[in-house]
Design a protein around this ligand. Sequence first.
Ligand code: HEC
Ligand code: HEC
Ligand code: HEC
Ligand code: HEC
Ligand code: HEC
Ligand code: HEC
Ligand code: HEC
Ligand code: HEC
Length: 353
Amino acid sequence: MRISDLREINKFIVFFLIAALSVVNQLFVLPAEAEQEIFTVYYPPDKIVMEFDILGISLGVPEGSVDLIRVNVNNKEVANINPDQEYECLSVPLETGINTIEFIAMKGDRVVDCVIREVFRRSDLISKYMDAPPDFKKDYFHMEEHLQCTKCHALKPGVYDKKPIGPAAFSAETFDSQTVIAAGSTCYSCHNKIASYPYVHDPAFVWSCLSCHDPQTEPKYSVKKPAAEICFNCHIEQKKDWSAKKFIHGPVNTGKCAICHSPHASDNPFNLFKPTWDLCVSCHFEKGNGRHVLGESFSTEGHPTRGRQDPIKIGKELTCVGCHNPHASNSPHLWALNVQSFLELCKKCHYDK
Ligand code: HEC
Ligand code: HEC
Ligand code: HEC
Ligand code: HEC
Ligand code: HEC
Ligand code: HEC
Ligand code: HEC
Ligand code: HEC
């Protein structure tokens, strides 16, 4: 048999299979009712990487098509919306690692559409979440023209978004109400949740977003890593003070200010990503074992590192920074309180001993 004959036979088989399949299809496939496509998810795309714990979302929903939209993140309901316009915008909280976001459209008690997006939240403080899985990519929202959004939102930055950072920008009266301050911000309408934490970094508090995010950079608004250069633009005194010290803490020396501090806002004093003790122990995990200082060479219990009053910082809890400076020091163990020797350190708090 020649090759061309084989091809003919193959063609015939394929033709026959297709014909047979289409008959089967007509017999068994139900009308595609349950799986209509109602949503358009304008943002986010699937499998993107985020650095922070808030994600802005924008959905398109044709009017009258849906009674209720349920939004679940990792099976927890985070929003429940009665759509009344063609666009629904919201923000959702993210956990570290992979987040599964479900958008469920209900008509009566029937699910009429369901769209799923996966978003990876990276973290430098947890080694298993430092790198995104290979199929997840960083996405830059502001690199594209989003004409759909400009119907309702301004996207072009204005003068208000870069306030001069001098004492005037932070004068007492501007702090009266954050809503009043934010009213002039272009960024506020979409990023309003970024500052809604108990502790807000001052330039973020006054919505001077462009004091760190330059629209001329590529990708747009990106911040050079590590962040120290940007931080030291304003924190000039700290720069002078720390660089004059003999020993600089590892992550500070490599410029990674934003590994410990949120540049925007957080649940903790000094905009730290975690309470101080937890922050230190996320890298120095062996110091969380309760045997630090006193218990390491003797088999006694260690020195308390939390849960007690700090005798020097009155009204505050004793933590790692009671004895260590988180940035720099003239002692190799980064002792705080300007001491040079072990005994000198102890005496700062135990002077009667
Ligand atoms: C039809 C008008 C309209 C369009 C178009 C629109 N938005 Fe919105 N968006 C709004 C309104 C109104 C709010 C304020 C929502 C509120 O406070 O309830 C908002 C708020 C937001 C928020 C903040 C949500 C929150 O948690 O408060 C984000 C993020 C957002 N929009 C993103 C987008 C993006 C991205 C697009 C384009 C893909 C877009 N929007 C298009 C009207 C629109
Ligand atoms: C139309 C809504 C909208 C407005 C207005 C807006 N952003 Fe965004 N921006 C987004 C969304 C959506 C994302 C991606 C998801 C997220 O970060 O929540 C984003 C992401 C970013 C990022 C991360 C990098 C990137 O491109 O994804 C930066 C930085 C940023 N915005 C800064 C700003 C600044 C500064 C302003 C004001 C000058 C601003 N944005 C105004 C919607 C908006
Ligand atoms: C003090 C400097 C500073 C200010 C002020 C600031 N940012 Fe940022 N922002 C940063 C840095 C640094 C990063 C990158 C953090 C990282 O990845 O290490 C960042 C990242 C972001 C991201 C990306 C989040 C992600 O998940 O990838 C968004 C969105 C953003 N900023 C929005 C804003 C908005 C809106 C404002 C105004 C309220 C603002 N920023 C003010 C320094 C700043
Ligand atoms: C545009 C100027 C500006 C930039 C850039 C800037 N800061 Fe600040 N920061 C301030 C001002 C103003 C204050 C409040 C006054 C003060 O404490 O110096 C402040 C306060 C702080 C505080 C103390 C908060 C408190 O509760 O006492 C920390 C921590 C901080 N900044 C960290 C950073 C880090 C980390 C960066 C870089 C990601 C950075 N800053 C970049 C202006 C800036
Ligand atoms: C290892 C974590 C860590 C890193 C990295 C770090 N900080 Fe801090 N920072 C802290 C802690 C913890 C405090 C609070 C100290 C306290 O409670 O007394 C603090 C306090 C501050 C303060 C307010 C008190 C002060 O000393 O003025 C500023 C400003 C500040 N940091 C800026 C920075 C800048 C800028 C960088 C990068 C060059 C940086 N930090 C890097 C942990 C860190
Ligand atoms: C992001 C990881 C990270 C965090 C968070 C961190 N450290 Fe460190 N720390 C390092 C690295 C890296 C070094 C330098 C390597 C070394 O000497 O172990 C270091 C060194 C030190 C040293 C000096 C060790 C020596 O050689 O004597 C002390 C003390 C210290 N850290 C205390 C702290 C305290 C207190 C905190 C919390 C405010 C903290 N660290 C948070 C990474 C971290
Ligand atoms: C009561 C004071 C005190 C407290 C609180 C304290 N340390 Fe220390 N730390 C010391 C002293 C003293 C040393 C010198 C090492 C030694 O001789 O035990 C040291 C050494 C270190 C070192 C470097 C040497 C080594 O053993 O690896 C690191 C890292 C460190 N401490 C981290 C921490 C962390 C993280 C915390 C909070 C969980 C903390 N320290 C709380 C006093 C303290
Ligand atoms: C920043 C303050 C501070 C420094 C520095 C400090 N301690 Fe303490 N120490 C405390 C506090 C607070 C307690 C808990 C006291 C209590 O609960 O009544 C404590 C408890 C102790 C205890 C347990 C006995 C007791 O009184 O409960 C010993 C022993 C001790 N410290 C030894 C040391 C030694 C040795 C050093 C020097 C390496 C040192 N401390 C440095 C604050 C400090």
